[in-house]
Design a protein around this ligand. Structure first.
Ligand code: ATP
Ligand code: MG
Length: 417
């Protein structure tokens, strides 16, 4: 059973098809429609030509309860959305006198005469409901096409967004939610390790349905359950969430906060452990994300960016013999950096990162993407080595920051419980 009305999104414009700009409108509309109980079924990008748009609209109207098109409502001949919708509905375009007068007034108010081209913007498919646009000259419209509502909104995102919120959404039929959702954010597991541990939970036919996305070491897991009522859906969801916590709890850094720095910073504040940071390949990024946490000064003393070996020696008291024997990217040096910075700043915790972000500088036993971590706590040191995909410097650095945050999270939450 499909419990949700289906919505298809269409973005119109040669500039989208040509790859000059990306379709942000459909992504935004999809997330808003989901919040209102719709099920987005597809995103389509079409150029500024009537026939292909008409063809696509016919197909989408047959399979959806709502189709929202954005763009192509301008005054020029390449703005074809009204024409295509009218043909799809089999109705003529008709001029709307009040809109024409409003357009003339719009130009008059700006001390200009209305160009003839703008007359096109007063044309609407017969039977359409006109959606006013106080932010521009392109009014939108909505129209019933064989039981499917087709809405046409302007392309500029702020005009589109306002029109959707104020002119379209209030007229869509309200849908009691029969779906419930939960999210989990995890660190310390790869996507495939997660899939192995999740097993059947990830089946596409599952209820709750579970999806996972990975970004720089952070996994976002979305659970969606459906039921005959909202409370039935919630019950299914709650049961699975409890099982999920039992299975994955030690990797979950939050059920609300997607940003690991904000979640871990809050955990550090709760644990009340003071911290200093020593960074080489991340060049201060770890410290920067931690300082995004409001109030973090209560526990974060500061950091040292020790990029060159001489600074590792002089500022962090890394023993020269360690650097010579193991190299700057080694667990030994990471541990010494962590210890050095926590002693220097007089903190309980010290965290250190040293690695090879690339593209050069790798070797057979320490390829690009190798990053070592040190964590010192009350004088005792733990270390860790990871190999991240050598995509580019930014990616290696983002992974490294997230693993360092995971080290801190485990220490802080161990203290909290
Ligand atoms: P207008 O009369 O204001 O031009 P329009 O409906 O004709 O309205 P378009 O010409 O298609 O709008 O688009 C105007 C601008 O809006 C584009 O240049 C682009 O910057 C932005 N835009 C259009 N479609 C999208 C989209 N799908 N995602 C993001 N931005 C978009
Ligand atoms: Mg256009």
């Amino acid at each position: 059973v499909n419990l949700h009305p289906r919505a298809a999104l269409v973005a119109v414009g040669d500039e989208l098809l040509g790859g000059e700009i990306a379709d942000g409108n459909s992504a935004w509309l999809a997330s808003r429609l989901i919040e209102h109980g719709y099920e987005p079924t597809s995103f389509t990008v079409v150029g500024d030509d009537v026939a292909p748009l008409e063809h696509k609209l016919r197909e989408l109207c047959a399979a959806n309860e709502l189709v929202v098109a954005t763009g192509g409502l301008g005054p020029t001949l390449d703005d074809i959305t009204r024409e295509a919708v009218a043909r799809t509905a089999g109705v003529p375009l008709e001029r709307d006198e009040p809109v024409l007068q409003a357009l003339e007034a719009w130009f008059r108010a700006r001390g200009r005469e209305m160009p003839r081209a703008n007359e096109r913007q007063a044309l609407f498919p017969r039977g359409a409901r006109i959606l006013p646009n106080p932010l521009g000259t392109a009014c939108g419209f909505s129209l019933d096409v064989g039981g499917c509502t087709v809405a046409a909104l302007p392309g500029p995102p702020h005009e589109m967004g306002r029109m959707f919120e104020h002119e379209l959404l209030p007229h869509l039929r309200p849908i009691p939610p029969k779906e419930a959702r939960a999210r989990f954010y995890l660190l310390g597991l790869s996507e495939s390790e997660f899939a192995d541990a999740a097993g059947e939970w990830m089946a596409r036919t599952g209820n709750p349905l579970m999806g996972v996305t990975a970004k720089a070491g952070v996994l976002t897991v979305l659970l969606r359950s459906r039921g005959e009522s909202r409370s039935a859906a919630l019950e299914l969801l709650d049961r699975r969430c409890a099982e999920f916590r039992a299975r994955f709890g030690k990797h979950v850094f939050s059920e609300r906060e997607a940003d690991p720095a904000l979640a871990v910073g809050a955990e550090l504040l709760r644990a009340g452990k003071t911290l200093a940071v020593a960074e080489s390949c991340t060049g201060g990024l770890l410290c920067a994300v931690l300082t995004e946490v409001p109030g973090i000064s209560a526990v974060l003393a500061g950091g040292v960016v020790a990029y060159s070996n001489s600074v590792k020696l002089s500022e962090l008291s890394v023993p020269p013999a360690l650097l010579e024997r193991h190299g700057a990217v080694s667990q030994e040096v990471a541990g010494a950096m962590a210890l050095g910075v926590s002693r220097r700043f007089g903190t309980g915790l010290g965290i250190a990162v040293t690695g090879i972000a690339g593209p050069s500088g790798g070797s057979a036993d320490k390829p690009v993407g190798t990053v070592c971590f040190g964590l010192s706590e009350a004088g005792s040191v733990q270390t860790l080595e990871r190999r991240f995909p050598p995509v580019d410097r930014a990616s290696v650095r983002r992974y490294a920051v997230n693993v360092a945050l995971d080290c801190l999270r485990r220490t802080a939450s161990a203290a909290g419980h």
